[in-house]
Design a protein around this ligand. Sequence first.
Ligand code: NOJ
Ligand code: CA
Length: 673
Amino acid sequence: MLSRTLVSLLALAAPGTALAADRECAQSPGKVLELCVSVEGGAARYEVKRGDVIVIAASELGLSFAGEPAARYTAITDARRSASDSSWEQPWGEQRLIRDNHAELAVTIAGDTAFNKAMQVTFRIFDDGIGFRYTYAGIPAGQAVGVTADRTQFRTKGSYQAWWYEGLGQERDEYLYTQTDARRITLAETPLTLKGDNGLYLSIHEAALVDFPSMLLQGDGAGKLTAWLMPWPDGVGAKKTGPFSTPWRTLLVGTTPGALADSRIELNLNEPNKLPDIGKWFKPGKYVGVWWEMHLNKTIWGSGPTHGANNDNVKRYVDFAEKYGFDGVLVEGWNQGWDGEWINNGDKFSFTKSYPDFDLPMLSAYAKSKGVHLIGHHETAGAVVNYENQLEAALDLYAKVGVPSVKTGYVRHSGDILDREGGKEWFAGQFMVQHHLKVIEAAAKRHITMDTHEPVKDTGLRRTWPNWVSREGARGQEFNAWGRPTNPPEHLTILPFTRMLAGPMDFTPGIFDLEHGKTLLTERNQSTLAAQLAEYVVLYSPIHMAADLPENYEKHLDAFQFIRDVPTDWEVTKTLASEIGDYVVVARQPRGGGDWYLGAITDEMARVLPVKLDFLAPGKKYEAQIYRDAADADYVKKPVAYTIEKRVVTSADTLDLALAPGGGQAVRFKLLK
Ligand code: NOJ
Ligand code: CA
């Protein structure tokens, strides 16, 4: 429900006031950030200051179009200011109520080319960052244009460290982050996180990526980053028809990593919910599934005697889900097409025909009789034309048998997706951005939620389409089964301040058998069991998997209790302590209030983190149910060693979180009545 608390207009300039100056400035509501836009020497530029610190030095704005030279901008012909302070409620999320408090400066800038004659740039200035988008209202309706370049620059000043990986790699966004001087960035994916010698933390990303290519950032070796659009096969960035607006380019600015994680700017810049009744057909929850066993090579996706998705095995997972209170059971490898080289034969996948040992209607009914639902699976192997041709029938089938939730997959090299003309598309170019939204809309019509693996990066679209509940889009747990190599401990202390800034991730936490038969460290989970529990709090997703095999949970039912208890829908989220690449501590209160949960994860260093419990309600008593690394736990030598203890605490207490090398801690604070 949308509850407008206040919408006010700044007295400085009434809306609609036409101005003709070459420089316009606006401040954020709490006067933390100042943004100026100017036109000089043929260039349109913006700058961002935080107090006296220059965050973004004069950086260019604008788009270039096919068939005309890069525009020279000549004047700001109009400037409109407004301000808005409202709150809105997420149907599900990491935070129930979101405040959208911003100043807006919308300028029209004259340029010397036909399409750039009147470029509008709308800036929204928040205390914790800014967003801006281009609108080309003057391009006549129906006029086709090709955007050849997004000229937007982000010029930082001084020295910054960056956490990034090279864009356009074959594995899309499934890479480990490296930390380097930001001047070494060649082409980076967003969200791109920077830490300055000036004490500032920045994140550059985008919001509401709809019908436009994904933006990457190209470095010049000297601190300037320029937008780079993932092109169509013919090299054009975006194909649009007039008039149009771009997604929002965003910049978060804070003095701690947690300020980035706790910013909600990108959600605020997305359009409101198009599915107001989503609460009636989707509830956040947890799931198990026929999944990890295939990644461990115990069973396979394809047909035959070791086929994982057989009736008996699925029933076993359903029974397990019922017994321990899980909502869903994911089943991969149920459909025809997996046999042989499936990645290269994606067009062989059927999304309606099951393997003979998998009875979809029977199993869905069986699950329902136990209060559980199946989670469907569509692995496309990036053969999106084959998928689109079957999309309606595939979703109709799931709707008919009562499967309310589907995981999709696009396992294919990043620039190898074939379109209808046989052109090779990037995994996050405009073609795929359109494709994903087509799937989301078709699913929404049938009240089906989607969890996309190998996706286009998240840009807050879950606000508009809350049936797009989660995505992968980073190196997840699956790498810990494969080796090549497995994720090092610091990965989980970087993700919350990089990939997770984009939105929920289906990381698939909770591996208890951390060695799974491997001796080499780079082939097994580089984590402790307590850290696996902490992942449920540290990494946000409205659906979280308990990814390990049922028998491994049954060996540690006391620790498994935390996974059973932890919710996936939150009233409030607070990042309590963090240093990117070193450690992270997050506290979240379940939606509706009451208890609190805390998750802490460290890198390969043992550490003791004192955490003040002042987030708890004052004057109340809580039972802290502490799941911590045992004194001798160590991700290399003794990953499974954990201790569970209970004690009564209040908001006046401090908890010293002792984390083993590669370890973590998970705490439930149960409100005592
Ligand atoms: C990659 C996905 O990330 C993983 O979860 C899935 O099991 C495989 N593709 C097969 O679809
Ligand atoms: Ca994947």
